[in-house]
Design a protein around this ligand. Structure first.
Ligand code: ADP
Length: 697
């Protein structure tokens, strides 16, 4: 009989095993297991308690008749603490009770839902690798119903069930992992060019909803000491939720989330003391999960999920939400950085566009990458025509300038020069441009910032013309004045008293020299602008050296004498020899240099003028033992209106040396200076020996 029972039960057991293995969820498996075990053992009722860590986390199912129902949480906890299941839970051993009335392990509440009391019971642990996964309990209304065979059968089914639960859990874990990985991948993909933070958060919530189920969600971002709502999900009972700011309270959930960076999960939010005091009244959810949004060490905020169901979130939900939350935090951080970059770019663009300088960004090969509003105005072309076209299309001078800059410009350095170009209507535009290399999208390009100096140049020309006009008009009265002085000179000679005549002669000679000086100055100013424009015709003639030097001596000697300066002239050439040059101009060059030497050398000093001849040129030198000129001033004293002296008592306008330079260069010569402060100055200029005299009729 026992043997027959065993054989038929084994067949049933085989079928039960197959059925258990075809279950896909743990709940389904438990239902099938209870039904199979009750059928095989002939039990009246069966129950199963599924363990998951703490006793409080356990869940129970009861099969009574044909239906399987979920046990109340309190019942499950009770039987685990006080009932037979509790005994198995503590001992990890099977139990067979033939008569419940005489066994204290059976508590009256066990299978309390049943209308008929259990008389005999068996309970077996569901163990996998020593770990207790659940307890299977079977009961019958007859005493002594269960035998050892039943116990073995139940134990065999429990063993199969343990393996199947493990398999399902592994399968579900893997499925979850895959879902999480897919969700994260999809989230990252959808972030591409997300237009706003609120869109980003909507996408984030959509993805959270793929991995955890919740009814309401809020993302708070951390600003100063407040958490501000940045995005919500689901129907939210608070109307002005979107602008809500929450201060962190001591011992609050949010405080823990933000400060500790750890997630928090609770079965029933309403039973919690600590939640944002400002929003707790409004949040109707029960199951609640909060995760921090952190990037590296930076706390960005928190994401909270609420469910209308109790205990809605599992540890797995928490883990998955944390994993996606990390990606969401990175995305929020990236979005903010990107937005900051956008702001910087916008600011740069407006600075670039609104600059009063003309700005062009050009590749070294000539392609124009960008041009600002001023550039478009100056070239009188629209931006879409300028950008992407070649610089040569704007102007050939620009092309040449760019070629030169591309060859000589060094990174970190600038080149500034004035160029004259033509706009789209052929009008001349004078530009002072500064070129420098800049990085644009990882590429090294040239930036030209140009300043329109056309007006400035025109003004300078007008000023020059005006000056020339005035100076030119001084010529007439100066000539009259000198004529009158000469007349006086003749008249004086008739005065009989030699003393009076002598005194008057001196006065006349002073007036004569000053007149000559004034005439030279007028000529120099007028000649200077002609020399600049290259329009001064040189009157190259053979000039005897002696005549030239004597003229200079005559004109400068009185000042030297007046200042008690020793003025000497010397040459190693026969002074009857001649040099081809413009007599009036070179005389003025020499007079200027000697005048300066006398003017800047203190009384009692020495000034010497000398002339030597080399193979192919004549070199004049004017040497003094005055104060000398500092090196940084030496570079610019040949420029117009440039003065190096700080002595306000020494008069001058800074035109003399500019005239000398242009005059010497017009003769194809050179002028230079050697000087050390406190050691005097040595001015030299050369005149080529091969200048041809002008053809004269
Ligand atoms: P000006 O004498 O009218 O100032 P110049 O063009 O002749 O103008 O000279 C330019 C400047 O060069 C002078 O202001 C002076 O500072 C300096 N300079 C010229 N010659 C001498 C010199 N021999 N010794 C010292 N400084 C000189």
């Amino acid at each position: 009989m026992e043997q027959q029972l065993t054989d038929s039960k084994l067949a049933l057991l085989y079928l039960a095993t197959r059925e258990l293995n075809s279950a896909f969820t743990v709940e389904d498996l438990i239902r099938r297991m209870l039904q199979a075990t009750v059928r095989i053992t002939g039990a009246v009722r069966g129950s199963f308690v599924l363990l998951n860590g703490e006793v409080d986390n356990a869940r129970g199912w009861l099969l009574d008749g044909a239906s399987v129902s979920v046990m109340e949480v309190q019942t499950t906890t009770f039987i685990l603490r006080e009932g037979l299941a509790g005994w198995v839970y503590r001992h990890h051993r099977p139990a067979l009770i033939s008569d419940t009335a005489s066994d204290p392990r059976w508590a009256s509440h066990d299978h309390q839902d049943s209308s008929i009391a259990a008389q005999s019971v068996i309970a077996v642990p569901v163990l996998e690798n020593e770990i207790l996964m659940g307890i299977l309990t079977l009961s019958h209304t007859r005493k002594n119903y269960f035998s050892d065979t039943h116990l073995h059968l139940a134990a065999s089914i429990a063993e199969q069930a343990a393996t199947a639960i493990l398999k399902i859990r592994l399968y579900q874990k893997e499925k979850r992992e895959r879902l999480l990985a897919d969700t994260i991948a999809s989230f990252v993909q959808q972030l591409h060019r997300v237009p706003s933070l609120s869109k980003l958060l909507t996408i984030a919530f959509e993805h959270f909803a793929r991995i955890i189920s919740f009814d309401h969600g809020v993302i708070f971002l951390w600003e100063k000491d407040y958490l501000t709502v940045a995005g919500t999900y689901g129907t939210n009972p608070v109307t002005d939720m979107d602008t809500l700011s929450v201060e962190l309270y001591q011992n609050d959930f949010a405080r823990q989330l933000v400060l500790d960076g750890k997630s928090i999960r609770t079965a029933d939010l309403q039973r919690e003391e600590s939640w944002f005091k400002d929003v707790s009244d409004c949040c109707t959810g029960h199951g609640w999960l909060g995760i921090p949004l952190i990037v590296g060490e930076r706390q960005l905020g928190i994401a909270t999920f609420a469910s209308d169901a109790f205990d809605a979130f599992s540890a797995e939900d928490e883990r998955a939400a944390m994993a996606l939350g990390q990606q969401v935090a990175v995305a929020i951080n990236d979005y903010r950085l990107w937005q900051r970059l956008q702001d910087i770019e916008k600011r740069y663009t407006s600075l670039f566009e609104e600059s009063s300088d003309c700005l062009l960004i050009i590749r070294p090969d000539g392609e124009i990458c960008d041009a600002n509003r001023k550039a478009c105005q100056i070239f009188r072309r629209p931006k879409d025509v300028i950008v992407c076209s070649h610089v040569a299309l704007l102007d050939s001078i620009l092309q040449k300038t760019l070629t030169r800059h591309a060859a000589t410009l060094k990174p970190g350095k600038t080149i500034t020069e004035e160029i004259s170009i033509k706009d789209a209507y052929g009008q001349r535009v004078a530009l002072e441009i500064t070129a420098r290399y800049i990085e644009l999208n990882g590429e090294r390009v040239i930036q030209w910032s140009g300043y329109d100096v056309t007006m400035k140049q025109q003004m300078a020309v007008m000023r020059q013309d005006l000056t020339n006009m005035i100076v030119h008009d001084l010529r007439g009265p100066t000539g009259t004045l000198m004529g009158a002085v000469q007349m006086l000179d003749m008249l004086i000679q008739d005065i009989a008293d030699p003393d009076v005549r002598g005194e008057l002669n001196e006065v006349i000679s002073l007036a004569n020299r000053s007149g000559q000086y004034l005439r030279d100055l007028i000529d120099s100013v007028l000649d200077l602008s002609k020399l600049e424009q290259g329009t001064l015709p040189l009157n190259i003639v053979p000039v005897p050296i002696r005549v030239l030097l004597d003229n200079v001596r005559e004109q400068t000697f009185p000042q030297a004498e007046f200042k008690d300066i020793t003025l000497t002239f010397s040459t190693d050439i026969d002074d009857a020899a001649t040099i081809n040059l413009d007599h009036s101009i070179i005389r003025r060059v020499l007079v200027n240099l000697v005048d300066n030497a006398i003017k800047y050398t203190p009384g009692g000093g020495h000034v010497s003028v000398s002339l030597i001849k080399t193979d192919d040129e004549y070199i004049f030198a004017v040497v003094d033992d005055g104060p000398g000129i500092a090196p940084d001033s030496q570079m610019r004293i040949f420029d117009k209106f440039s003065r190096a002296t700080t002595d306000a008592t020494i008069q001058g306008v800074g035109l003399g040396l500019a005239f000398c330079k242009l005059a010497v260069e017009a003769h194809n010569g050179q002028i230079w200076l050697e000087s050390d402060v406190g050691q005097g100055s040595r001015f030299y200029f050369s005149i080529p020996g091969n200048l041809s005299p002008m053809e004269t009729d």
